[in-house]
Design a protein around this ligand. Structure first.
Ligand SMILES: [Zn+2]
Length: 130
């Protein structure tokens, strides 16, 4: 199994990681589209919609961080062009769990995926062909 130490971007509310991506732009977009991003007064799933302004402040931040990242080969199941939801199917290299994640029509390989089933967070770069 192949792995390397790679910079990734985590979208966090305080210390909790909600999204992760291979670029700052993708991580920020994922935060903005996440159900936890919003006004908790108006939305029961939301935890907040403000960005942290200083180290100690509450809020969202995009953290560039170095992680060990594995490489996995993933398969696309379903055809987004036909109106179906396409799924990215991949297997965790450590615990062997198989994941099937929804794939938006604009998602391009490689994509950062994560497992935290029987171990701490394990990130993997999933390569796939559409
Ligand atoms: Zn796993």
């Amino acid at each position: 199994m192949t792995s390397s130490i790679t910079h990734i971007y985590e979208g966090r509310w305080n210390r909790d990681v909600y999204v992760y991506a291979l670029s700052f732009k993708d991580a920020k977009e994922k935060v903005l589209n996440h159900s936890a991003f919003g006004d908790p007064q108006l939305d029961e799933y939301a935890i907040g919609d403000k960005w942290a302004s200083a180290k100690a402040a509450d809020g969202w931040r995009i953290a560039k961080t170095k992680r060990r990242v594995y490489t996995v080969v993933a398969q696309v199941v379903g055809d987004p062009g036909s109106g179906d939801t396409a799924h990215l199917v991949w297997q965790c290299p450590l615990c062997r769990r198989i994941y099937s994640e929804g794939l938006t029509s604009d998602a391009k390989p490689p994509m950062l995926v994560m497992c935290e089933r029987k171990h701490k967070k394990v990130y993997a770069i999933a390569d796939f062909r559409r």
